[in-house]
Every structure is written in structure tokens, then in C-alpha cells.
Design a protein around this ligand. Structure first.
Ligand SMILES: *[C@@H]1O[C@H](CO)[C@@H](O)[C@H](O)[C@H]1NC(C)=O
Ligand SMILES: *[C@@H]1O[C@H](CO)[C@@H](O)[C@H](O)[C@H]1NC(C)=O
Ligand SMILES: *[C@@H]1O[C@H](CO)[C@@H](O)[C@H](O)[C@H]1NC(C)=O
Ligand SMILES: [Ca+2]
Ligand SMILES: [Ca+2]
Ligand SMILES: [Zn+2]
Length: 593
């Protein structure tokens, strides 16, 4: 097939998904909703364009949609979800396989894969959220009707496919078991693939999809998200670090076995270390006291500074574990813990935090494989100052990275495969900045800057502060027409969410205890509930529009829609109004607002 033909086809797919009633002019960046281009392999010389079929998303407000199975005695979530997908999409039971499910305090979520000839599709999925009464609250699907489906018996052996994946990506297969899955391509054919995890020495970690009939790498899932930043001129400013000694900061309800199980920075939720994963930093006493005083005049690598950095990163990751747990990122919602205390989900996946990792500089990254394999955080040194600075000592950098784990796990039911398109990957960056923003706000939601310590510049590492002011931060939905890089796209989403947070706090007030008490209706509490709730119900590879709809539906699920108009007004102020489509701004409010 010629490349121009291929382009046309993918354009049509993107148009069909993005627009229903309004004929909007075509914008090339719409491809971001369904594709991602990555450079991989030796010298990053291979350009691989991955395809993720568009997702439809329907939400049913506070009423919910009645479904025959909902009324039966002994509502069974997985059966009800499978039955709903079948009737809704007009497919048989042989086309549907439950991947995972979990129940939160406000929604019952099931994640489904399309199946054909007994083989599941890796990129055609659906998810159903029932409300607590058992009515359907929302439904999303990227199921496909392929023009052709490859034969189910591979003609390329797994051994040969592994060789191809290793050669193409210049890395080594790890010991994660390979799978055989269908993959739908942009030309609407379904091919059979061996799915093989490949890593290299500098931290690449992907799933390679190798055509099991053609022996060729056709797609990847990239588990790693990195920080990357814009270099700005360095100004001299002394950052006040404000270290404090905290006594027993762990929450016994969310971390029943505490943060540390011995007297090192190693516990059920995380392990923080330099170079060797086998131990963390030892406390200075058997009672577990981790007080290391950082000396900013000395290199970050001297032992007191290194230890201070390890302890700080460990503290931030455990704090986020406990806070996000209270808001719903629990064992059954695919979180990171070694022991799950019999509360569901897969264990043995605490976050590994490599501090002052030697693989990089001026950056940080987080790899999110599927539930049951540890999330991997790598923090690097920053060499823009003398002495160098340590990313582990800037809480917003650690928070940003850790939040990649939350969004990648909760979207799509724990597969780690559902923030892969350019637009969804961009929102992943945005959520990460937003979590850091939320964690550091102290009341009235002022402008927020991220990463100012590591680069020693009050402007931080993003192009604009997140702000209520469109002068301070002019980004809005239409900015997506010209942005192509995930962090740049993330700034638009984070600025939108900053305004949503500000609107909720204006309308509902502020809680000083939102990090430990998630009850009540203060704006910052509501915001974090909607942030976490929406992740579970939004589609795999969401767009700005479907992620917005998921947040508004989350409000229907949890607060009976009490904040519906506040939310719509905030989204509309950034161009994501009721009729927004195709990266064109719209400020329309729905009826009733
Ligand atoms: C590992 O892979 C990444 C991404 O393709 C590449 O940038 C890096 O240079 C590779 N490292 C090695 C040691 O090959
Ligand atoms: C390919 O991988 C090998 C082994 O990891 C590494 O030494 C080499 O630098 C890589 N080549 C390129 C061009 O990335
Ligand atoms: C986008 O929307 C904002 C706010 O509604 C507006 O001020 C701005 O002019 C719009 N930009 C474009 C390119 O439409
Ligand atoms: Ca887990
Ligand atoms: Ca900061
Ligand atoms: Zn990031």
C-alpha cells in the first residue's frame, strides 16, 4: 500500500472519531488522537508510528442507563459488563473478554478486550462503569471491525520474533512472559503479533509487537515517560528549602505495615536507593530515624546529601501512595504495593526509586508496566548549577514522576497501555504537573510553577506558569492545533485543570486537611476525587474531550452533578466548551448552566 493511501485512510479514521455534527476544518494534529510517532532502535534511526483505534465515549449523567442485568438479584459486575458490551456493540460473547475490574465507593468498573478466534486484541478495548445502583454510568469502546484478520497460527516462532525485537530495538528481551495478541493497524487490518518486553542498558522499556507472520516490529508500548524540559537562562536565586523533620508521617489506614519494614528506605509501597536495589538507606537508629542534613554548598553526591535525597524521594512517594489511596488508587485499582493484604489487584509491584541514577542528567523518568510489575522511577542530577542539584530534593519533580504511575495504571484497567497516543500521552504529562500543583497549593490557588529549584530559575521548566490569568498563561484547547510534543500538550491540559481547581475552590472553599481527610465538599477535595475517579471511567487513550466528559461524569457519580456547571464553565473558559471539537475552541455551556 502506498504511503499516500495510508495517510488518507488514517485521516478519515481520525475525522470520524472526532466530529459528529459540526463540520470542522481538518487540522493535521487531529492525528494525535489516534497515533504516536516514536524513534527507536540503534541511533534512534527507526521511525515507528503506532496506531490506537479511536474510542467512543458515552456518559449517562446522574440517572444512569438501565440495563436488564442490573435488575437481577446478585448483580455480577463482570457478567453485566460483558453482556452490556455485547448488546451495545452487537457482538457475541466470543468477541468479549474481561481483562480486569474493580469497585470504588462510587462506581463499579470493568475493562474488556475485543477477542476474535480466541485471541484478544491489544489495542481494541472497552470499559463500562456502573454506578452504585448498578445502572450504566458510562461506556467507552475502541472495538473494531477489521477488513481482514490474520491467521491464528503464527508462522514466525516466538524465538525468531524475540531475535527480531532485540535486533530492531537494540535491546534485550526481559523475562516477562511473551503473549500472542491481535493488533489492529491504521489500515484497518488485524495482524497477529508476538508481544515481547524489551529493555536496554539506559532504561528503554517497551512492549514490542512483532508480526507473527511477517517477523517485523510493527508497534510498541512505551512504558517510560520522561520529564524533559526547556532550557531557560539561569538567574541567581537562592531557593529556600525548608526541610523539616517529620515524625511518623505514614497513614496507618492506607499503609497498614507502615512505610518501612526494616530500618532502611525499603517498605511495602516503595524502595529508594542509589545504584543497588537490594537495600535502601539505613536509618541512624534502630527506631527508624531518617534525618540527614543536606548541605547545599557541597556536591549532591557527598554521603549526607545523597542520603537526604534518598530519604526525601522515599518520603514523597510514600506520601503520594497514602494520599492517592484515600482518593481511590487502591490495591484493586492497580496501585503499587508488594503486599496487597488480600484487598485485590496484583502485588509485588512497589515503586523502585533510583536516586542519582547514572543513566541520565537534567531529567527524570517513570516506567509503568502492567499491574503486578514494579513501577520504576529514576531521578537524575541536574548540571545547570555548581554544585549540581538533585531532582529528588524538588518535591514537584518526584510528584510529577510518581503521578505517571497513577494515570497509566488507572486508565484502562491496569494494562499500562492506555496513554500511548500523542494527545493521551500529553494529558499524562498534564495530570502529573497538576498533581504537583494540587499538592503544593495552600489556599486560594495562585499561579503555579514547577521545577524551579533544579534549574535555579523561578520560571521553572514549563513555558508558562499555570494560572487563572489568560495573560499569564494563554494556552487553551486551540493551542493543540500547533503543539506536537507531549510536554507542550501537557501544559495545555494542566493549565485547564488548574482553572478547574481554582473554580471548584472559589465555589466550594478550601480544606487544609485534604491530604488526610477526603470527606466533605471543599473544592480541593472535590477536585482530587474527580481527578482520580475520572481516570477509571475514561476511555483507553482519551482525548481532551473524553477526559473532560469523564470528569463531569465523575461528578455525577460522586456528587449527583452538584458541580456540573462549575466544571463546564471552567472547561469552556479554556476552549473546551460543550461544542468544542477537532482542536477548535468553543465556549458554549450546556443547557441548564
Ligand atoms: C536505549 O534505547 C533508547 C531508546 O531507543 C536509546 O535512546 C538509547 O541510546 C539506548 N541505549 C543503549 C545503551 O543502546
Ligand atoms: C546497541 O546496544 C548495545 C548494547 O546495549 C550498546 O552498547 C550500543 O551502544 C547500542 N548502539 C546504539 C547505536 O545505540
Ligand atoms: C481560544 O479560546 C480562548 C478562550 O475561550 C479565546 O480567548 C481564544 O481567542 C481562542 N483562541 C482561538 C485560536 O480560537
Ligand atoms: Ca499492584
Ligand atoms: Ca518546585
Ligand atoms: Zn512526565
Amino acid at each position: 500500500m502506498s504511503s499516500s493511501h495510508e495517510l488518507l485512510k488514517t485521516v478519515l479514521v481520525a475525522m470520524a472519531c472526532a466530529s459528529t455534527t459540526i463540520a470542522a476544518p481538518f487540522v493535521p494534529t487531529l492525528k494525535h488522537e489516534t497515533h504516536r510517532v516514536r524513534l527507536v532502535g540503534r541511533d534512534s534511526a527507526l521511525k515507528l508510528e503506532t496506531f490506537h483505534p479511536p474510542s467512543m465515549f458515552e456518559t449517562f449523567g446522574t440517572e444512569g442507563l438501565d440495563h436488564p442485568l442490573a435488575k437481577r438479584e446478585g448483580f455480577d459486575l463482570e457478567n453485566a459488563a460483558a453482556a452490556f458490551v455485547q448488546t451495545k456493540l452487537g457482538v457475541g460473547s466470543d468477541a468479549v473478554e474481561i481483562h480486569s475490574s474493580f469497585v470504588s465507593d462510587v462506581s463499579q468498573n470493568a475493562f474488556v478486550k475485543q477477542k476474535s478466534n480466541g485471541i484478544t486484541f491489544s489495542n481494541a478495548v472497552a470499559n463500562v462503569a456502573f454506578n452504585i445502583e448498578g445502572k450504566v454510568a458510562s461506556f467507552s469502546s475502541s472495538f473494531v471491525k477489521p477488513d481482514s484478520i490474520a491467521d491464528t497460527i503464527p508462522t514466525v516462532s516466538l524465538e525468531d520474533a524475540i531475535k527480531t525485537a532485540e535486533e530492531t530495538l537494540n535491546g534485550s528481551a526481559n523475562n516477562h512472559p511473551a503473549t500472542l495478541e491481535y493488533l489492529v493497524l491504521g489500515d484497518n487490518t488485524a495482524i497477529l503479533t508476538h508481544v515481547i518486553q524489551v529493555e536496554n542498558d539506559s532504561g528503554m522499556w517497551v512492549e514490542a509487537f512483532v508480526d507473527a507472520h511477517e517477523n517485523k516490529v510493527v508497534s510498541i508500548t512505551d512504558f517510560v515517560t520522561s520529564l524533559t524540559y526547556r532550557v531557560l537562562p539561569i538567574q541567581k536565586e537562592i531557593v529556600t528549602q525548608g526541610f523539616e523533620t517529620l515524625v511518623n508521617p505514614e497513614n496507618a489506614a492506607t499503609s497498614p505495615s507502615g512505610w518501612v519494614t526494616t530500618t532502611t528506605t525499603a517498605g511495602n509501597n516503595a524502595i529508594a536507593f542509589k545504584s543497588s536495589q537490594t537495600t535502601g538507606v539505613a536509618s541512624q537508629s534502630s527506631s527508624g530515624s531518617f534525618v540527614f542534613t543536606q548541605d547545599p554548598a557541597q556536591a549532591p553526591t557527598v554521603s549526607a546529601n545523597l542520603n537526604a535525597a534518598i530519604v526525601n524521594a522515599f518520603y514523597v512517594v510514600n506520601s503520594i501512595h497514602d494520599i492517592s489511596y484515600l482518593y481511590g488508587f487502591t490495591e484493586s485499582a492497580f496501585n503499587f504495593q508488594n503486599n496487597n493484604f488480600g484487598k485485590g489487584g496484583a502485588g509485588n509491584d512497589r515503586v523502585t526509586i533510583s536516586v542519582q541514577d547514572s543513566a541520565g542528567i537534567d531529567n527524570a523518568d517513570f516506567a509503568t508496566p502492567a499491574d503486578g510489575t514494579s513501577g520504576r522511577m529514576r531521578m537524575f542530577l541536574w548540571d545547570l548549577t555548581n554544585p549540581q542539584r538533585d531532582g529528588s530534593l524538588e518535591n514537584d519533580i518526584v510528584s510529577h514522576e510518581n503521578t505517571h504511575g497513577i494515570t497509566n495504571r488507572m486508565t484502562g484497567g491496569g494494562t499500562g497501555r492506555c496513554l500511548q497516543t500523542t494527545e493521551a500521552g500529553g494529558m499524562g504529562e498534564g495530570w502529573s504537573d497538576t498533581m504537583a500543583d494540587w499538592l503544593e497549593q495552600t489556599s486560594t490557588i495562585g499561579d503555579y510553577v514547577l521545577g524551579q529549584y533544579v534549574i535555579n530559575n523561578p520560571a521553572g521548566i514549563r513555558t508558562h506558569p499555570y494560572s487563572r490569568s489568560a495573560t499569564t498563561n494563554p494556552l487553551n484547547y486551540a493551542s493543540l492545533k500547533t503543539l506536537t510534543e507531549v510536554h507542550a500538550i501537557g501544559e495545555v491540559w494542566a493549565n485547564t485543570l488548574h482553572n478547574v481547581l481554582a473554580a471548584l475552590v472559589d465555589a466550594n472553599g478550601w480544606s487544609d486537611t485534604a491530604k488526610t481527610d477526603v470527606s466533605g465538599t471543599a473544592g480541593n477535595v472535590v477536585f482530587m476525587h474527580l481527578f482520580i475517579d475520572a481516570l477509571a471511567i475514561q476511555p483507553c487513550n482519551p482525548t481532551f474531550l473524553t477526559a473532560r466528559d469523564a470528569i463531569i461524569q465523575a461528578d455525577a457519580n460522586r456528587y449527583a452533578g452538584a458541580n456540573r456547571c462549575t466544571l463546564w464553565r471552567a472547561f469552556a473558559s479554556k476552549g473546551l466548551g460543550f461544542n468544542a471539537v477537532s482542536h477548535n475552541n468553543d465556549s458554549t455551556l450546556p443547557s441548564g448552566c
